[in-house]
Design a protein around this ligand. Structure first.
Ligand code: HEC
Ligand code: HEC
Length: 333
């Protein structure tokens, strides 16, 4: 009823808001081996617009940074720098996660502060340390390019540029960035016993067994996202005095137990996305495994699931690394 009134009112005064809904039939996205079906795929014109925007420096206030500057396709859509560098050399203190398979996450960002990709997308554009725009200036900057106006018209039916449309198109592109069919997927879900090396197979057993990784990095029956979608404190990011340098999930919930907790990362394509953890403090997968063998960093909120892995041999550490390296998926042209 409220809606009806509002729509009538809007129609009466003649200021209809441009629709943010896409035009055209949805292009089906093939589900890669080891992953669930892709939620809410968009039409091709929307994906094309989103892709152009993702690689365009017009989304940053001084034209120096694109989404792809920090989410680099050849680095697993992540950032090889520990902290990303935004406009005017501003340094962030978090490592950019991969956007491959981000569509499957129940929340976005290390602290889960955005629910959806659509909601996430405006974050970096309006962040002073990342792209530094205001919502008016980003709209003006995109509108200034006739190519974008043309693509807007193809995707939405008219060439009006709005923040909502920009965010939706970026998310439409990210929704097709799904990547599975790794050696692990072929071994576990494709029943190919030769897909993984012996070392990686032993690593998988440890991962599910005595190393206790799969409790948080979940491997399901029909697919594996390697995350429980929860937040845990591993003690990553402590200064010399033992204080947590980033309170993580606590800043969103205000709950004591969330101090220093971050979202369980998906481990897919992990060999491509060094450095590791929310602050990029661990440089190699070997360092990550050594960190877990040590039981994480002691602090009052350390997750009880983490404890030192005793009697863990050098071979077992190498097996776990080999397993993590078997999670690199296939890239479709
Ligand atoms: C200056 C570097 C930088 C730029 C530019 C940037 N990002 Fe990010 N991105 C990051 C960092 C760092 C994070 C993690 C921040 C956090 O968790 O607080 C992130 C997180 C994300 C996430 C969440 C992924 C996850 O696993 O939770 C998505 C999706 C994303 N960015 C997409 C984009 C899009 C789309 C753009 C362009 C509009 C963009 N990013 C521009 C650095 C950047
Ligand atoms: C208590 C839950 C939990 C357990 C158990 C666990 N992890 Fe994690 N893992 C996480 C969380 C949470 C993060 C992100 C932590 C952060 O950045 O502060 C993470 C991060 C990682 C990363 C880095 C991801 C990235 O993109 O930077 C790797 C690699 C990893 N874990 C591997 C493992 C392995 C191997 C094991 C078993 C030895 C394991 N994890 C056990 C919760 C867990």
């Amino acid at each position: 009823m409220r809606w009806l009134l509002l729509t009538t009112l809007v129609t009466m005064v003649g200021c209809t808001k441009p629709k943010a809904d896409f035009m055209g039939a949805v292009v089906p996205v093939e589900t890669p081996l080891g992953l669930p079906p892709v939620p809410d795929p968009a039409p091709a014109a929307a994906v094309a617009l989103g892709k152009s925007l993702f690689f365009s420096p017009a989304l940053s206030v001084d034209g120096s940074v694109a989404c792809a500057t920090c989410h680099q396709p050849e680095k697993g859509f992540a950032d090889p720098r520990a902290g990303s560098e935004g406009v005017k050399g501003a340094r962030g203190n978090r490592n950019a996660p991969s956007v491959w398979n981000a569509v499957y996450q129940h929340s976005q960002f290390w602290d889960g502060r955005a629910k959806t990709l659509e909601e996430q997308a405006s974050g970096p554009m309006l962040n002073a340390n990342e792209m530094g725009h205001t919502s008016n200036s980003v709209v003006a900057s995109v509108r200034a390019d006739p190519k974008f106006r043309e693509m807007m018209a193809a995707a939405y039916g008219d060439d009006t540029v709005t923040m909502e449309r920009i965010a939706k198109a970026l998310a439409a592109y990210e929704r097709i960035l799904v990547r599975g069919n790794s050696p692990f997927d072929r071994f576990v879900f494709g029943d190919d016993p030769t897909a993984m090396t012996d070392e990686a197979q032993r690593g998988l057993k440890l991962f599910r067994g005595k190393a206790n990784c799969a409790t948080c990095h979940v491997i399901g029956k029909d697919y594996a996202l390697f995350t429980d979608h929860q937040f845990h404190n591993l003690g990553v990011g402590m200064d010399a005095t033992g204080e947590l340098t980033d309170l993580g999930r606590f800043k969103i919930t205000g709950q004591e137990r969330d101090k220093g907790a971050f979202r369980t990362a998906s481990l897919r394509n992990i060999a491509e996305t060094a450095p590791y953890m929310h602050d990029g403090s661990l440089k190699t997968l070997k360092e990550v495994v050594d960190f877990y063998v040590g039981g994480g960093n002691a602090n009052p909120q350390l997750d009880p699931l983490l404890r030192p892995l005793t009697m863990f041999t050098r071979q077992e550490r190498a097996d776990l690394v080999a397993f993590l390296e078997s999670l690199t998926g296939e890239v479709k042209p």
